[in-house]
Design a protein around this ligand. Sequence first.
Ligand SMILES: *Cc1c(COP(=O)(O)O)cnc(C)c1O
Length: 460
Amino acid sequence: MKNDNNIPYKTYLEEHEIPRQWYNVRADMPVKPAPLLNPGTGQPLTAEEMTPIFCEELVKQELDNDTPYIDIPEEVRDFYKMYRPSPLIRAYFLEEALDTPAKIYYKFEGSNTSGSHKLNSAIAQAYYAKKQGLKGVTTETGAGQWGTALSMACSYFDLDCKVYMVKVSYEQKPFRREVMRTYGASVVPSPSLETDIGKKINEEFPGTTGSLGCAISEAVEVAVKSGGEYKYELGSVLNQVLLHQSIIGMEAKAACDKLGVKPDIIIGCAGGGSNLGGLISPFMGEKLRGEADYDIVAVEPASCPSFTRGKFAYDFCDTGKICPLAKMYTLGSSFIPSANHAGGLRYHGMSPVLSQLYHDGYMRAVAVEQTSVFAAAELFARVEGTLPAPESSHAIRVAIDEALKCKETGEEKTILFGLTGTGYFDMVAYEKFNDGAMGDYIPSDEELEASLSQLPQIDA
Ligand SMILES: *Cc1c(COP(=O)(O)O)cnc(C)c1O
């Protein structure tokens, strides 16, 4: 096994080196992400209009395009100590299996019970809800990672947590549901008959198995109608979530600096953009300030290709069209990925911060097909030991492809990717792959046009 300069397999920062501040990449962006719009007026959403939905402190963070560093509250940092710093791992075994001169590193966020990076923002959001004196929070969950993370965070701060879980996942992932209930959350299959929007969707689409966009509508409705006792919390896409996730990138950068390593390529999977946004933020900051250059790559499923085939336009964040409009790369809020798609990352839109950075040429995007993603996942599991989440495996796929390019050219590039989580709850998808029963699906231009043609008409 090659071991350059005795670089360890795992690099952990010391506990006292856990960052004390989050980094807000918006402060260094020459063109700021476009503001959220009020769907009724078409005007930028004000703080007053946001407070019925979100916690006050989170509204401030959402709107703050200028403060580069924001203090991490001590209570949040204390919670981080239970599972952070997360390791930066040199993938020596993967390099060996690929016979590549490339050096591959990954930042592993799956070593907490929620099994993903989502806990980094869940604990911050629960903290601000508690601080504001709320009774509880509402949210949606698809595959279940975000709901699990928020349940854990709410139980820590003794908050009520109401999760609207996409019905198909509720039925197919009973163990995820039980983890949430174990942490004290109430879990409702969506669309439910508890909300106006749920009833409406059930009437319009009898027997529907739900979607993320629909569960978001229900969770927001419940928060807004709670008389201020509950607020809504979202696990991705929003500026505030990318801010909290910057802890991933700051730790990764600190560990790289300690090792004297500078990545050439930084790769992350992109669903709503939170892990990728968090991982790249300090590196992107250097790039935006002209201090360093990095090749930054977003990886998305070919079956839900927001960056590579979507439009940069204002769109609804939810199916019920009650949420604010965000300017982002989108496939249209009525887009639902093919039922054969198993690998997560199925949101129709993308973080407005990443959308702006991509639009301005600071990063690129690649779409990959799911059978090639699972092939990468399996190789990774076999040589590196960790069973990766299908979402994370999109990044593994492209890290492997880049390492194989280095093998062709003989370049010794340094590759850093985000391993966002573990795949223990995704065994139905792995089973399909192992049985050779998994297919690929690429939506046609006509299919995409059907949902894109319904984008709201906004001149901005
Ligand atoms: C939710 C999730 C993602 C995708 O969400 P982003 O906001 O794009 O980071 C990726 N990996 C895992 C393990 C997840 O749970």
